[in-house]
Design a protein around this ligand. Structure first.
Ligand SMILES: [Mn+2]
Length: 404
């Protein structure tokens, strides 16, 4: 059987205040056509379907269309919730969707849903483990101990397992050890956890203290582990313990990456063929660096040639010694999707870490006043007002500079 492995869709996510929904819709359509071209039997979604536990309505619609299209084409879906999702909301209607071949992990209650598929080589078992944290497992253990205590009355002493100090490693180990895995069959685990050794990037949520990692050894019994949570595609140890990565770049730390879909062809036991299909985003995310004049000239050229790259999400680093008055607005005339403007000059190099106060210092007077005006009036300045302020600021500056 052939499966696509995707994860971390983060539907509804905003990156630097830009909605990613159009880009997400576009990339899901591309994934649908890849599934068609590859003749995939199913699509594995390893968590973080949405960006928030209560996603915006549009994000739910986009996911609904994706699931419906897959089901209509006769492709199965195997999905689990991630740390960004609400496990309960993701599991809504799961029993109904099951009948359509859309398998969504129920909320973790100590047992994990196992789906058995069949092909010429025999059974393929797919285990759907939603994101678990120590509290999830502690909950299950406490409930089971209470049930046991109720059933045996005072005769038997309940083995009070030490649940207070559970780690993520303990929690995932507990969940995985409980799965009845038949080693003679081909077994796939779908999970959303941070496996020790994975390389992280900026768009992931780092847990406080950074103790959310689990050991890859836990997954020994599985022929393939379809992981989500880490946004850079990579394998951990063996090639078949794999993060497929996000379908889109969600931070500038990912600017140099190529996003892809992982394709796994499961043949006989011990034979899995892995490949990736690159994804082409609607807008790329990249970094641009240079002086204001250089960057504007390159942008102007792109605009004249109607180069689609002009619409990319960009972070511009200006190397000018003087901050450009109204820089963001000016640059946006040729880079409409400018997300972030930074300066790299002797001032910023002296002082690499910006505090909130220093963030304010980096803005031009006009930008600061525009923000203040908008706060006070709930609407931006008109062009005339902006022009008036610009002249006022310039006059003030000239006078100041004219003094000894
Ligand atoms: Mn994620």
């Amino acid at each position: 059987m052939k499966f696509l492995h995707i994860s971390d869709l983060h539907l509804g996510k905003r990156v630097n205040e830009f909605s990613m929904l159009k880009d997400q819709k576009y990339i899901l359509e591309q994934i649908l056509s890849i599934a068609g071209r590859e003749r995939a039997d199913g699509v594995i979604i390893a968590g973080d379907i949405y960006d928030k536990p209560v996603p915006p309505a549009e994000a739910v619609q986009v996911f609904d269309r994706f699931l419906t299209a897959l089901a209509r084409e006769g492709r199965k879906v195997y999905a689990v919730s991630g740390n960004h999702d609400s496990a309960e909301r993701i599991a809504f209607g799961a029993a109904l969707m099951r009948e359509q071949g859309v398998y969504i992990a129920p909320v973790y209650d100590g047992n994990v849903e196992k789906i058995t598929e069949h092909d010429a080589y025999g059974d393929i078992c797919i285990y759907l483990l939603p994101f678990v944290k120590p509290a999830t497992v502690r909950h299950v253990l406490t409930r089971e101990q209470e049930e046991k205590a109720g059933a045996v009355q005072e005769n038997e002493e309940v083995t009070g397992q030490e649940t207070a100090a559970l780690t993520y490693d303990d929690a995932v180990r507990f969940a995985v050890e409980r799965m009845e895995v038949d080693a003679a069959k081909r077994n796939i685990l779908v999970a959303h956890q941070f496996v020790t050794g994975a390389g992280r990037c900026e768009s992931e949520e780092v847990s406080v203290g950074g103790l959310d990692n689990v050991d890859a050894g836990i997954f020994e019994r599985f022929d393939y582990v379809a992981l989500g949570h880490i946004h850079t595609p990579q394998h951990i140890g063996r090639e078949t313990v794999r993060y497929c990565g996000t379908p889109l770049k969600y931070s500038f730390s990912e600017a140099g990456q190529e996003k892809s879909v992982t394709v796994l062809e499961v043949k006989e036991k011990g034979d899995i063929v892995l490949s990736t299909v690159p994804l082409q985003p609607l807008h790329d995310m990249r970094k641009i660096r240079g002086t204001y004049r250089e960057v504007m000239a390159a942008g102007g050229r792109a605009a004249r040639e109607a180069d689609p790259m002009q619409e990319d999400y960009v972070e511009i680093t200006l190397t000018d010694e003087q901050d450009i008055l109204d820089g963001i607005q000016k640059l946006r005339t040729v880079y409409p999707n400018l997300m972030r403007l930074v300066y790299d000059n002797s001032r910023t190099r002296q002082n690499q870490t910006f505090t909130a106060a220093e963030e304010v210092e980096r803005k031009s007077e006009l930008e600061l006043f525009a923000e203040f005006y908008e706060l006070q009036n709930n609407s931006p300045m008109s062009r005339e007002q902006e022009e008036f302020m610009r002249r006022l600021i310039e006059t003030a500056r000239e006078e100041q500079e004219g003094q000894p």
